[in-house]
Design a protein around this ligand. Structure first.
Ligand SMILES: [Zn+2]
Length: 95
């Protein structure tokens, strides 16, 4: 049993889903479709799809579990911390 105050996995995913859906709606309702927001919407859709496929919370790059703390901060992220950092690094290097 996890006694550190974390929700059971399924409840955690359900609360993340609710969060993603409300984020999605609030971004759409702004009507301001900048590139960043469109990208975020795409990532939210992808995250929702992964919830359906029960692969939510698994890094798309290395297959490791993504920390719940990270998911709570960025519910739509498809990458774990180290993969995300690596991608940032690559992006900055290519500039
Ligand atoms: Zn990873």
């Amino acid at each position: 049993m996890d006694k550190r105050g974390m929700l059971p996995a399924s409840e955690f995913v359900q609360s993340q889903k609710a969060l993603l859906l409300s984020r999605y709606e609030s971004i759409r309702s702004t009507g301001n479709m900048s590139k960043t927001l469109t990208d975020t919407l795409t990532r939210i859709e992808y995250a929702l799809k992964r919830i359906e496929n029960e692969t939510y919370g698994v890094c798309c790059h290395c297959g490791d579990d993504i920390e719940k703390k990270r998911l709570a901060q960025i519910p739509e992220t498809p990458f774990c911390v180290s993969c995300a950092e690596e991608r940032e690094y690559q992006k900055n290097r290519n500039r």
